[in-house]
Write a protein that binds this ligand. Sequence first.
Ligand SMILES: Nc1ncnc2c1ncn2[C@@H]1O[C@H](COP(=O)(O)OP(=O)(O)OP(=O)(O)O)[C@@H](O)[C@H]1O
Ligand SMILES: [Mg+2]
Length: 323
Amino acid sequence: MHALRNVDLSIQKGEIFGIIGHSGAGKSTLLQMINMLEKPSSGEVIVDGVDMTRLGSGKLQEMRRSIGMIFQHFNLLSSATVEDNIAFPLRLAKQPRDAIARRVEELLGLVGLSGHGRKYPSQLSGGQKQRVGIARALATNPKVLLCDEATSALDPQTTNAILSLLLDINRKLGITIVLITHEMHVIRSICDRVAVIDGGEIVEMGPVADVFLKPQHRTTREFVAQVTDNPDDGTDALRSANAAGRLRIRVTFIGEQTYEPVLYETMRETSVPFVILQGTVSRLKDTPYGQLVLELQGENGGAEQAIDKLRSLGLDVEVIRNE
Ligand SMILES: Nc1ncnc2c1ncn2[C@@H]1O[C@H](COP(=O)(O)OP(=O)(O)OP(=O)(O)O)[C@@H](O)[C@H]1O
Ligand SMILES: [Mg+2]
């Protein structure tokens, strides 16, 4: 019985890479292989050109300093102050006292906790505890930050604040972030690429926009439904409007297209009447996107002409079969 199989994954420097899967899929195992908290029975794990599986314990310790990690339940020392929690990895690295004090102040500022250094974890909210976790993880200037369900214990608003902080850190420091989650919202908010893991195998992988808007695997579709299923989204109209001779299509707009009147132009040019059956407009990280399900009522090839026109304008058009 393998926890993971056939995992072939390459994460680029500076990207935010998400791994999503259900409980028991193998997410934590995969993440912990990056810093060798879990050792694979076969294969290689290369971080910054170094094969982690071949390192002796001294060299491994050193490499681990360049890989920070944060956890769902924060894993702070409850008997130590915020400052001491953050200083912990610096003391382990035997840095001088005054350098540690300076670095701790800097980190408190970076994560928005200036003035909270003397408090104990029990005096902090969940979001503040995770900020301490992030500061501690960044103390030794890592190149990679691993996040194991870092927002799963937080309410939605605090989750968003922590996700913005991670994005900010990624941009300011150029640090590569690998995060695992079971929430598609997390992936959609900050990730550049995503891998979907199911039963210990990666079943789908690609840029978030591709995976999100065109999910191929059943598991991926389930996750996407977490953020797109809305009981009030016109599904009834979708079911009832099913007349013969009409063509139903799903049009996807990405980026600036989302704000352009392409639909209006197309319909004016081809004179094809249409009905909107369903629609969403949202955001993938910084990219706006929209999806509309339309029913085209053109006769004598008019609907096909409209589809050609939409495609020529760069929109993704998928014809949905009437079931
Ligand atoms: N070292 C190991 N060797 C073999 N199997 C393992 C090992 N570690 C964990 N497992 C098993 O591998 C599977 C994946 O575990 P893992 O903790 O990676 O899942 P997860 O996706 O992180 O789940 P959760 O969302 O609940 O945290 C589980 O069935 C677990 O029991
Ligand atoms: Mg886990």
